[in-house]
Design a protein around this ligand. Sequence first.
Ligand code: NAD
Length: 492
Amino acid sequence: MSTIEKLNNFIDGSWIESSASKILEVHNPATAEVLVNVPLSPAEDVDRAAKMAAAAFHEWRRVPAPIRIQYLFRLKNLLEEHFEELASTVTMENGKTLDDSRGELRRAIENVEVACGIPTMMLGDFSEDITRGVDEYMIRQPVGVAAIICPFNFPAMIPFWYLPYAVACGNTVIVKPSERTPLTMHKVFQLLEEVKFPKGVVNLVNGVPETVDAILDHPLIQAVTFVGSTAVARHVYGRASANGKRVQAQGGAKNPLIILPDADVSLTTSIVTDSAFGNAGQRCLAASLAITVGEASQIFTPALAEAAASRVVGYGLDKGVQMGPVITPQSKSRIEGLIEKGLEEGAKLVVDGRDAVVSGYERGNFLRPTILSGIPRGGTIARTEIFGPVLGMLHVDSVEEAIALVNSGEYGNMACVFTSSGAAARKFRYEAEAGNIGINIGVAAPMAFFPFSGWKNSFFGTLHAQGKHGVEFFTQTKVVVERWLGEWSRKF
Ligand code: NAD
C-alpha cells in the first residue's frame, strides 16, 4: 500500500476527501521523487465548494471591511513565520531555486499587504445636489463567489494576485491550483485554517481540466480568474463569459528584448541571461527572443554565450545553483523537440543545453541554457512559446526594425529594451505593443500595487490582476440617486 499522502480539498472550513476516483502523482522535478498524490476532483466537489462559498458570502459581505482585513493581517504574519518552509515547498514541487521561490513568496505577501488597504481602495464616490436636494453616489459591492484557476510556474504567487483582494472586498473564493504543483497551496490553506476565516470564505479544490470546466459552468460562481497557456485562457474566457461570469484570463507569452549597441555590456548580459534562464525559462516574463541592433550582435552574442554556458544548473535547494529543472519529463522532451525543429529550420546553436545530466540528480528533468542564433523570423523558435531555458537571437539594422519585429508577435506580455539612450528608450516605451515594459530591466514584473498588464494573446479580459484592478474586478458598482423630501427639496 502506498504511504504517499493524498491531498484533500478544503471546503467550508474543513479538510474533505475528494470524491475523485482518480489521482495524479506529483513529482519533484529534480529528483523524480513522488511528493504527494493529488485528486482529480470531479464536478460534484466543485458543486459542494460553490454551494458552501455562496452560503458563506451572505454573511461575509456584511462583515465591515476594516474587520475583514484583520484576517489578512493575521495571514501576513503566518506567511512570514512560515516563509522558509513555504519557499522550500515551492522549490521541491516546481524546481526553481530557493531564491526564486523566496522572491515569488515575497510578491505573494506584498499582495496581502496591499489588500489590507481595501477600506480606502474600495471607497465610492459622492456628488451632492446633482439637482436641488438630490444626491448621487456610487458604492462598491462584492460580486459573490470567485474562482481562481492557477498554473504550475508560480504556485505561491499567482493565487495571491487574486485571493487577498477578493476576500478583502467581501467575496468568497475557490482556489484551483495546478495539478502539477498543488503542495504549496495545501500548506497555505493550512495557514488559512489557522487564520480562522469564517467557514466557506476560502475554499480549495484540487483538480484538472474537468474540474476547471465544472467551475466555468457553475451558476453560483460569479467571477473567474485564470492564469495559464493561451489556448486554455481563450477557452476559459469564452466559456465563462458565455455563462455570464466576469472573467480575466492571462495567457502565454513570447517576450522579446531589444539590445542596442550602447547598452552596458556586463549589466545587460547578466540581466538578459537571468531573464532567459531564471526559473529555467518557465516564467511568463522570461526573455525568449533577443533582438540585437547594429553592432550589438558582435558584442553581445559571445557575452551572452559565455554567461549562459557558465550558469550553474542543479537542484534548487542546493547552494550556488542558478537554474533548476523544467517541470516534467514531457516538458523537457517538448523543449528539446522545439530546439531540434529550430535547427532543421536553419537556426545555429550558439550554446547547446540538451542532454544535460546533473550529478546526483540523474532522474531530474534538467536542460542547460541554450542559445540559438540566426533564427528565421517566421520560424518555430521566433514564434512559439517554448517555456524552457532557450533564448533565440535575431539581428536587425535599426531600432525601427526592432520595434516592428516586437510588434509583429502574437503575444504582448512583456517587451524590454537595453540602451543608454533616453530617446531610444522613450520611442520603445511609446511604440512597443506589450503591457509590461522593461527599460534596462529583464523581468518587468509589476509590484502588487500596479496591474499585471498583459496585451494581445497574453490576456483576455479588461481588468488585470493586482492592486486597483483587483478591487475593480472583485466589486460591482452600484449607483444611488437619492431625494429626501423636506427643506432640501422645498422648491421642487
Ligand atoms: P496550463 O494552461 O496548462 O494550465 C493552467 C490551468 O488550467 C491548470 O490549473 C490546469 O489544470 C488548467 N487546464 C489545463 N488545460 C485545461 C483545459 N483544456 N481546460 C480547462 N482547464 C485546463 O498552463 P501551465 O502549463 O500550468 O502554465 C504555463 C503557462 O502559463 C505558460 O503558457 C505561461 O506563459 C502561462 N503564464 C502566464 C502568466 C501571465 O501572467 N500571463 C503567468 C504565469 C504563467
